[in-house]
Ligand binder design. Sequence first.
Ligand code: CO
Ligand code: ZN
Length: 331
Amino acid sequence: MNIELVKQLVEGYGPSGFEDHMRDIIRPFIEDYADEISVDTMGNLIARKEGDGSGLKVMVAAHMDEIGVMVTHITEKGFLRFTNIGGVFPVTLAGNRVQFADGTMGVVYSEKRESRTEVHGLDKHYIDVGATGRDDCPVSVGDAAGFYRSFRAQDDFLVAKSMDDRIGCVVAIEALQRLESTPHDVYFVFSVQEEVGTRGAEAAANGLEPDVGIAIDVTTTGDTPEAATMAVELRAGPAIKVRDAGMIAHTGLVRLMRRRAEEAGIPYQLEVLEGGSTDARSIQIAGPGAAAGVISIPTRYVHTVSETVDSGDVENSIKLLVEVLSKPIEL
Ligand code: CO
Ligand code: ZN
């Protein structure tokens, strides 16, 4: 796994709907490996790898966008009120930093609280960009910011904002780079607007009408103190999704992924996620429907500025995707 690629992707700016910069970061890493690269109207970056004609049409999706905030109002004294872009939890906010497209940095904090354990909703938080009033405020209503935190690799313990889903983008990019030949016509879609309802993947899948759809995304784990019960844990390999709140994975595709992992000696676990979904949901029910599944990267602290993955799990996710794409897919 290319750690420099991870750093560039996770530190990049790209809240849902504002992914232009992420497209520019990803493009140089895929250019030499794809037979064709295009950008559709919504902004999905699509890299096609041509097959030998004997296989299926496969769409691989990893989303480029990240959760963030959007300015709704600027107070007379220059503080910003905001709303969420995607799943932003109030407990993750106070003292954290956000960054706008032009690099402007802001500190998030909340109004006074009655007790130390009280947490306000988003409407009682604000962003301080150092302005003294509306006139010298460098941002406008409608501007979007992503959270801002640098990447750290402590041996195999990788911590960053936006592992969701830039680490999925890393898996897709490295799988494309390592995929020497494939029977399938493979479309690697770096999708937009996943965090606001898997919108980019829906448009892409309607356009491409793939036979098979595989999303690469993060999933939560149940291996931390008093966590919600879940079988997935860090360092036990990629999780092959069986179901989440938005989809039941195609059983034939789940069987095939498990078989490919076993044949190649890749550790894996099975995932049942009770909340949330991925681009695979959109792909599954777009057009005439597709056989859809997900390779999930086990991730702690999802939707915080310290999303945490294990580099071995990432490496094994790349290997599993290459195994699936380089061989016939019998469903
Ligand atoms: Co997410
Ligand atoms: Zn995601």
